[in-house]
Design a protein around this ligand. Structure first.
Ligand code: GLN
Length: 453
């Protein structure tokens, strides 16, 4: 079949299934079919890459030239970027077809996709549960077969946790591996884009297309990229796996723990050795992250003032009135809360007590990982303490919601790469295994995940 037929089939599935799931904010039918035609011509001309004609979707946080980009916020409900993010531009260059832009938590703040101006996303495995967040739209769309693969972003778990909840595979690369140019910033020192798909192999193809240095992002790493497909079949004999004892403590659902332990036994059968390790500062990751991320967000989000982009309040009396009403109307509750927390933490007199202290803890967390990787190649544990929880179950209890992130945040604070890989089901709901790797060793992660799958 042709790319046009394949694309049409996916568009049909989206129009019949997505009214229930709400995983897309924008479907780009016309653009997709145009790209599919171009892909068919490229195939006919023998001019292809592995992504030619493959239908993908992008989290609505990546700027896409000429295509509505909302970040799931009322603030950007009418924003059509005049330029393309590096990630989406490279995926396009590789010949993939863009089906549309996926739903998410507003400005990527959340763990359940319930903070979207465009409504919550539902988990395809059970429509009464959340898909996870913030890249919940991408995860749900892949799980429901509405696209082959998708992009996501992960500041504190937003690729891995929805991947775990929806039973798909997702990878958060090393900080700096992927360009942040054209990504709407949440917390710039933590944000990283990555691939989401059904398998590690598909993630490898997608990552291959967009990883690598970009002079438009000053934090983009000049370290050369690996070939993510070349070593994907390598045997796991002698692989040293570390199991951090702190990842199996209080708060972890016993079924989830069992499924993760069973997965680890499979790796032993594949020739790996397992040893217990310690990441002693795990429990400090939540307080540290929830100071650093809102602090950076409060600064990043100051650009949304009604002057330059998106929403502007009606009939402003003067400049201050415009700023204040535009921001009060344009930002949702969770975003406003984080701006206030961040502004407070950065304010004179509190900066040392909160922000500087959080940065010190961040250093300790990073050192924990650096020490651990002297003895092991990868670290494994759960992605989240539970499976997907009920819609509305945690919305009134922010602390319970933030606790969801306990096993994912420290990866971003340290800047290491990590994946979520489907490991089994608990009461019919998917459970992900988290595999954490050493800096810039995405190839090893993909190899380890692929051999398990
Ligand atoms: N749940 C975390 C937060 O709300 C992480 C979100 C993310 O990775 N974008 O900040």
């Amino acid at each position: 079949f042709s790319s046009v037929e394949l694309t049409q089939e996916y568009l049909n599935r989206i129009s019949s299934i997505d009214p229930t799931l709400n995983s897309f904010i924008t479907v780009t039918d016309e653009l997709a079919l145009k790209q599919a035609h171009a892909a068919d011509e490229a195939i006919a001309g023998g001019n292809t890459s592995p992504l030619t004609g493959i239908p993908v979707a992008h989290k609505d946080l990546f700027c896409t030239e000429g295509v509505l980009t909302t970040c799931a916020s009322k603030m950007l409900h009418n924003f059509i970027p005049p330029y393309e993010s590096t990630v989406t531009g490279r995926v396009k260059m590789a010949g993939a077809v863009t089906l549309g832009k996926t739903n998410m938590d507003e400005f990527a703040m959340g763990s359940s996709n319930e903070n979207s101006h465009f409504g919550a996303v539902k988990n395809p495995w059970n429509l009464d549960t959340v898909p996870g967040g913030s890249s919940g739209g991408s995860a749900a769309a892949i799980a429901a077969g509405l696209c082959v693969a998708a992009t996501g972003t992960d500041t504190g778990g937003s690729i891995r946790q929805p991947a775990s909840f929806c039973g798909i595979t997702g990878l958060k690369p090393t900080y700096g591996r992927v360009s942040r140019f054209g990504m709407i910033a949440y917390a710039s020192s933590l944000d990283q884009a990555g691939p989401m798909a059904r398998s590690a192999e598909d993630c490898a193809y997608l990552l291959q297309s967009f990883a690598g240095f970009d002079s438009s992002d000053s934090t983009s790493a000049e370290t050369s990229t690996q070939d993510y497909l070349e070593s994907i079949e390598a045997p796991l004999t002698g692989l040293r796996i570390g199991l951090p004892k702190e990842y199996f403590g209080e708060g972890l659902d016993s079924n989830v723990a069992q499924i993760v332990m069973n997965a680890i036994k499979e790796f032993e059968k594949l020739g790996a050795t397992v040893k217990e390790i310690s990441l002693p500062n795990l429990n400090l990751s939540i307080p540290s992250y929830y100071v650093i991320a809102p602090s950076e967000a409060s600064s990043n989000l100051s650009r949304f003032d009604g002057v330059r982009y998106g929403h502007r309040c009606s009939d402003p009396q003067d400049l201050l009135d415009m700023y204040m009403r535009t921001r009060a109307e344009g930002f949702g509750k969770e975003v406003q809360k984080r701006i206030m927390v961040g502004t407070y933490a950065l304010s004179e007199g509190y900066y040392d007590a909160y922000y500087v202290k959080a940065q010190r803890i961040r250093r300790l967390i990073k050192e924990d990982f650096v020490r651990a990787y002297q003895d092991v190649d990868v670290i494994m544990g759960p992605v989240a303490p539970t499976t997907a929880f009920g819609l509305g179950e945690k919305t009134s209890d922010p602390v319970a919601m933030y606790l969801e992130d306990i096993y994912t945040l420290s990866v971003n604070l340290a800047g290491i790469p990590a994946m979520s890989v489907p490991a089994g089901f608990s009461n019919g709901m998917p459970v992900g295994l988290q595999i954490m790797g050493n800096y810039f060793d995405e190839a090893k992660l993909l190899n380890v995940a692929h051999k398990y799958q």
